[in-house]
Design a binder for this molecule. Structure first.
Ligand SMILES: Nc1ncnc2c1ncn2[C@@H]1O[C@H](COP(=O)(O)OP(=O)(O)OP(=O)(O)O)[C@@H](O)[C@H]1O
Ligand SMILES: [Mg+2]
Length: 455
């Protein structure tokens, strides 16, 4: 059933040899064919003679910088995606990169997971573009890159479709790893703004003092070190969408500023008193209960109501029933294909454990678990002992298989008694014991508080 995909190829361009090496190792381990180039000139030469699906380039390099390469690829290789890597102080470079046509950017330092997620997103876009139709052609259960057939997910997909057809502010809530960013992307790419930038901003990850100038930009001389004017994320996202992730993490003064943007649709660069109109759709996400924060006085009520025009509340994975298995198989297929291995199947019991587990890290946790299983399991079938111990243990407790005989008996006796309206004679008959034994069992199983005091 598994169709093995031809290896996708990635060209990594960076003037630092250690960085090139790390990227090459990680990407090869993810199953990609990797080319490397220490500068833009060799990258351009490599592009001439090799088919490259994705170019990952550093921004700052001596002589010719990454931005020029982005432009070159955009103008000459329509069938190649570009991703920019940028250091923290040069976030304005990322802003430029997106404008110039880099599909994704990755801020340093990044984890292996962030790299692999960004690469997958960039390549996914390429696949969708090549097919000339959305990804659903590959799988009936996948819409907007979101997989799920449970009623809860169908509702989410309908909400995403509706949200995509408007320009309203959307507040996306849900536990960590439930797919909030994926939903935000689906709304952006499913709507009229899809050809303009989607700019995600992790409000919790940028120090408070920096966030304002990152979002709104600053003018020359606005603060020490501001030697030049710089555009902010809101300018970059002009015509497109800004995604304010972890919006609950913004400071009180930042909340006032965001409220102003939402009300007046204009932003004021740090150090300037002249507001400028922007045409940016705002999507926000939170894994906290914003309303509870409002009640506690930790989040502005007026901002909450401005953000909460359309709400999409993502259900935790444990409430999505068979979607757990659907997603597990989907990830198994994806990682097996990337590793060039046959897709493993889950045994009946393993599926039961997956379904019964709590998934505190939601889809992200499931994805990581399956990725590890595909890597570590040699057989064609994944059995219960292959699963992480914690998961097996918790599945056991949730299915009640960790109870003693006495506990099970006590519960059964009390259920029978309840079913006959507390009639002990009838209950004893059904249980096949005499009334005295029943009384004894009831005495033993009663909670300590209900037992007569010991004298
Ligand atoms: N319905 C889904 N179908 C397929 N993949 C999904 C789905 N939901 C989430 N994922 C995948 O799970 C991972 C986590 O999703 P995402 O980053 O959107 O979650 P999040 O809610 O923003 O998490 P966090 O709160 O930790 O930022 C991603 O790799 C994403 O592609
Ligand atoms: Mg997120």
């Amino acid at each position: 059933m598994t169709k093995r995909r031809e290896k996708e190829s990635i060209l990594v361009v960076d003037d630092s040899a250690p960085t090139l090496e790390v990227l090459q190792r990680n990407l090869s381990a993810d199953g990609y064919k990797v080319f490397t180039a220490p500068n833009v000139a060799s990258a351009v030469a490599l592009l001439e003679s090799n088919k490259v699906d994705l170019v990952i380039t550093d921004l700052k390099m001596p002589k010719i910088g990454g931005m020029d390469l982005v432009r070159h690829v955009r103008e000459n290789f329509r069938d190649t995606e570009v991703m920019m890597i940028t250091g923290y102080p040069s976030i304005e470079g990322a802003v430029e990169a997106i404008k110039t046509g880099a599909e994704e950017y990755l801020a340093k330092p990044f984890t292996d997971e962030e790299l692999s997620a960004a690469v997958q997103r960039a390549l996914n876009k390429l696949r969708v573009r090549r097919c000339g139709e959305p990804q659903r052609a590959h799988s009936p259960a996948m819409r907007h890159g979101l997989m799920g057939e449970s009623e809860a997910m169908r509702r989410i997909l309908r909400a995403v479709g509706k949200a995509a057809s408007t320009s309203a502010v959307v507040l996306i809530s849900g536990e960590s790893g439930t797919g909030k960013e994926l939903v935000a992307r689906a709304i952006h790419y499913g709507g009229e703004r899809s050809s303009a930038p989607f700019v995600p901003v992790n409000c919790g990850g940028i120090p408070d003092g920096l966030l304002e100038s990152e979002l709104f930009g600053h003018v020359k001389g606005a603060f020490t070190g501001a030697t030049e004017s710089r555009a902010g994320f809101f300018h970059t996202a002009d015509g497109g969408t800004i995604f304010l992730d972890e919006v609950s993490e913004t400071s009180a003064s930042m909340q006032v500023k965001l409220l102003r943007v939402l009300q007046d649709k204009e932003v004021c660069m740090v150090g300037s008193s002249r507001p400028r109109k922007v045409d940016v759709r705002i999507l926000a996400a939170t894994n906290k209960d914003l309303l509870a924060l409002v009640t506690k006085g930790a989040f502005r009520k007026d901002l909450f109501y401005r953000l909460n025009v359309i709400t999409i509340a993502l259900p935790p994975l444990r409430e999505r029933g068979d979607d757990i298995l659907l997603l597990a198989n989907h990830f198994a297929q994806r990682y097996a294909a990337e590793l060039g291995r046959p897709q493993p199947r889950f045994s009946e019991q393993a599926m039961a454990v997956l379904k019964n587990y709590d998934w505190p890290g939601n889809v992200r946790e499931l994805e990581n678990v399956v990725q590890r299983l595909v890597l570590m399991t040699d057989g064609e079938i994944i059995h219960v002992p292959d699963l992480p111990p914690l998961m097996r243990f918790s599945a056991l407790t949730r299915t009640g298989l960790d109870r003693t005989l006495a506990e099970v008996e006590a519960e059964y006796v009390s259920n029978v008694l309840a079913s006959v309206g507390g009639n002990k004679t009838r209950a004893a008959e059904i249980l096949g014991i005499d009334r005295k034994t029943l009384r004894e069992k009831l005495r033993l199983s009663a909670p300590a508080s209900e037992q007569p005091p010991l004298s």
